[in-house]
Design a protein around this ligand. Sequence first.
Ligand SMILES: *[C@@H]1O[C@H](CO)[C@@H](O)[C@H](O)[C@H]1NC(C)=O
Ligand SMILES: *[C@@H]1O[C@H](CO)[C@@H](O)[C@H](O)[C@H]1NC(C)=O
Ligand SMILES: *[C@@H]1O[C@H](CO)[C@@H](O)[C@H](O)[C@H]1NC(C)=O
Ligand SMILES: *[C@@H]1O[C@H](CO)[C@@H](O)[C@H](O)[C@H]1NC(C)=O
Ligand SMILES: *[C@@H]1O[C@H](CO)[C@@H](O)[C@H](O)[C@H]1NC(C)=O
Ligand SMILES: *[C@@H]1O[C@H](CO)[C@@H](O)[C@H](O)[C@H]1NC(C)=O
Ligand SMILES: *[C@@H]1O[C@H](CO)[C@@H](O)[C@H](O)[C@H]1NC(C)=O
Length: 395
Amino acid sequence: MAFLAGVLTLLLTTATILTTRHHHTIPLSSTLSLLILTPLALADCECGYLSTIGELLPNSHAPSHQQHHALFTDLIESDFTKLVPEGEGEATISANTDWVRQAFNLSDQRARGKYGEMFAVENVDAAGKEEEDRGLKLVVRGSVIEDMVPVAEIDTRRLDMYWGTFRASMKMTKERGTCSAFFWYFNDTQEIDMEFLSKDFDKSNNSYPVNLVLQSREAVLNGYDSAATSNFVKAYLPFDPTEGFHEYRIDYLPGRVYFYVDGGLLGKIEGEAVPSSAGHLILQHWSNGNGLWSGGPPGRDAGLVVRYVKAYFNSSREERQRDWENRCRYPGVEGAVCMVPDVLPTNGTAGEWFFMERGNMTNNQTVWRSEGGRGEGRKRLSGWVVLGVVVWFML
Ligand SMILES: *[C@@H]1O[C@H](CO)[C@@H](O)[C@H](O)[C@H]1NC(C)=O
Ligand SMILES: *[C@@H]1O[C@H](CO)[C@@H](O)[C@H](O)[C@H]1NC(C)=O
Ligand SMILES: *[C@@H]1O[C@H](CO)[C@@H](O)[C@H](O)[C@H]1NC(C)=O
Ligand SMILES: *[C@@H]1O[C@H](CO)[C@@H](O)[C@H](O)[C@H]1NC(C)=O
Ligand SMILES: *[C@@H]1O[C@H](CO)[C@@H](O)[C@H](O)[C@H]1NC(C)=O
Ligand SMILES: *[C@@H]1O[C@H](CO)[C@@H](O)[C@H](O)[C@H]1NC(C)=O
Ligand SMILES: *[C@@H]1O[C@H](CO)[C@@H](O)[C@H](O)[C@H]1NC(C)=O
């Protein structure tokens, strides 16, 4: 069935391409293809990904609830549980084409802390195989080197994320004195942050705060009173984030930003401070000894483990926008638009869901494959094209 659908999809693609090329000089074949194909789904998700957005997700008990949706054209999905440590196979983080580990040093002055920070690639690696916590581990070291705390950062390679819904499954460190951050970034005044300070977690009164911040942490540090402004929300998690994985989510939309945990809304920020540029995603784990924020550095190595990141977004690049326009011919056809499943407070199943694992997804989406996988993908594609052309000629 999938085979047949694939053949028919390619047939239509071929017909479409030829039709476009010849300026509709072969209407018969394209009409024929359309007739045959209309009842069937085309390649899945070619018109994009529809996500819930907004105040209330479907599980909400609130009466006057308005469910909003937004369509996004592009995706990056990273299942970090499949990673192997550097040197132990192909699926290493350094071979990942969507993410780039960062290396740079900050003096204590630049870092605005008691210590500087040394971002080094070896602090970002697969969590060891023997650990039950599979995923990507970002480590803050327990030993200071040349007045710098060894810390960790990894960024998406793509910088063109305009609006989007960004989701990361993470487990925080139990070591006190670090800041774990999941954020969208353009520059120091166009930034959307979720920051977790491990020193602020308190089991005795079940207090697990998360800082939701627009703009930089410097703004927060410079006269901590931005905590009183509308660009900063201190929210509390309904669980201990060091005990298990939870999905932290940022929705970045024109004029507003929503923050969630496990699909439950944590906060919303609107207004002037909401960014308007395209940017990228960053995972960071750091410490600089500043008692007003990260505290620390920790007494021993502290690990933030990230199980996955899923980003559904629009691209600021004209090329990508054109790609979408070209492939999204029949938005009304079933399967052309895919609904992004949500993790909910009562149901975490969607965390296991990756569009990239579906064999028949639309081509040319940016998802990670090992170099070998990429070659295979191309070979399989050209096979389909040949088949499609053959069938087209038969018709
Ligand atoms: C794609 O695969 C999924 C299952 O993985 C299936 O539900 C869907 O119908 C398939 N779509 C097409 C076009 O074959
Ligand atoms: C994303 O781009 C698509 C295609 O241009 C558009 O239909 C959609 O509304 C955009 N999404 C947002 C949130 O602007
Ligand atoms: C950071 O500082 C350390 C220690 O001096 C040095 O070994 C390393 O090369 C520096 N990293 C960068 C990216 O400059
Ligand atoms: C960040 O980018 C915005 C939009 O381009 C610009 O107005 C602002 O001055 C920039 N901020 C910094 C700190 O460079
Ligand atoms: C929990 O206790 C800590 C330490 O006494 C305190 O700083 C924090 O504000 C308390 N949290 C709540 C929610 O009461
Ligand atoms: C795939 O994307 C690239 C980059 O945007 C574009 O140049 C190319 O034409 C696309 N290919 C297909 C088959 O859509
Ligand atoms: C849990 O979520 C998954 C994925 O969104 C969905 O398919 C499933 O039906 C949900 N289960 C229940 C009991 O609601």
